[in-house]
Design a protein around this ligand. Structure first.
Ligand code: AMP
Length: 212
């Protein structure tokens, strides 16, 4: 099974992907996480991507597609969950071509629907572990000790792109470039919209019921 999970920033893609990985043993591919790894390692790709990410803009399609292509080839037979990719129609078209070459196809494209006011409060309050990537929220899910990750003891920080104007730019980029994917996947008969509001487990239950 090859699932695309998409939606606006703050919709809960990372949180729900983590549950899919844990409970259904799917392989998680998050282009955002991959790019942050490249930045940490100060690679050329990371340095290029950072300029866009810090501003809240999308990284150019060719960069993203090249990064994912290499990875897909190494996957073997495992079910995968694509989190944050594709984010544009050209990325979706490339993904379908890459999949065709590998004998895979997109099984379902799951869209997480969350109203804007909730997206804003989730994004501004979000904190992440700089070491293991665990996700917290200042009000809804604080770490036990301030600034320290419950899971690995790493530093819990705010993502640079989770503040002020950058959030606005990310939401605009979503509206302009990613929301057309709804129509794209609808036409292909793969689109499933899930209500992304509520407890993490409740949202996960809604997703799971669509995967049978
Ligand atoms: P995320 O962790 O999914 O919120 O992604 C963080 C940032 O990485 C985005 O705001 C973009 O700058 C960049 N990014 C991640 N995935 C993509 C993608 N598929 N296409 C373009 N840019 C991406």
């Amino acid at each position: 099974m090859n699932i695309v999970l998409f939606g606006p920033p703050g919709a809960g893609k990372g949180t729900q992907s983590a549950l899919l990985v844990e409970r259904l043993s799917m392989r998680h591919i998050s282009t955002g996480d991959l790019l942050r790894e490249e930045i940490k390692k100060s690679t050329r790709l990371g340095t290029e991507a950072k300029q866009y990410m810090d501003k809240g803009e999308l990284v150019p399609d060719l960069v993203i597609i090249g990064m994912v292509e290499g990875l897909l080839k190494e996957l073997g037979e495992r079910s995968i969950i694509l989190d944050g990719f594709p984010r544009t129609v050209p990325q979706a078209e490339s993904l379908e071509k890459m999949f065709a070459g590998l004998g895979r196809q997109i099984s379902k494209a799951i869209f997480l629907e969350v109203p804007r006011n909730l997206l804003l409060s989730r994004l501004t309050g979000r904190r992440v572990c700089s070491s293991c990537g665990s996700v917290y929220h200042v009000d809804d899910k604080p770490s036990k000790a301030a600034g320290v990750c419950d899971v690995c003891g790493g530093a819990v920080v705010q993502r640079k792109d989770d503040s002020g104007d950058v959030i606005e730019t990310r939401l605009e980029a979503y509206e302009k470039s990613t929301s057309p994917l709804r129509e794209y996947f609808l036409k292909k008969g793969k689109f499933i919209s899930i209500d992304g509001v509520g407890e993490t487990e409740a949202v996960f239950g809604r997703i799971q019921s669509q995967l049978v």
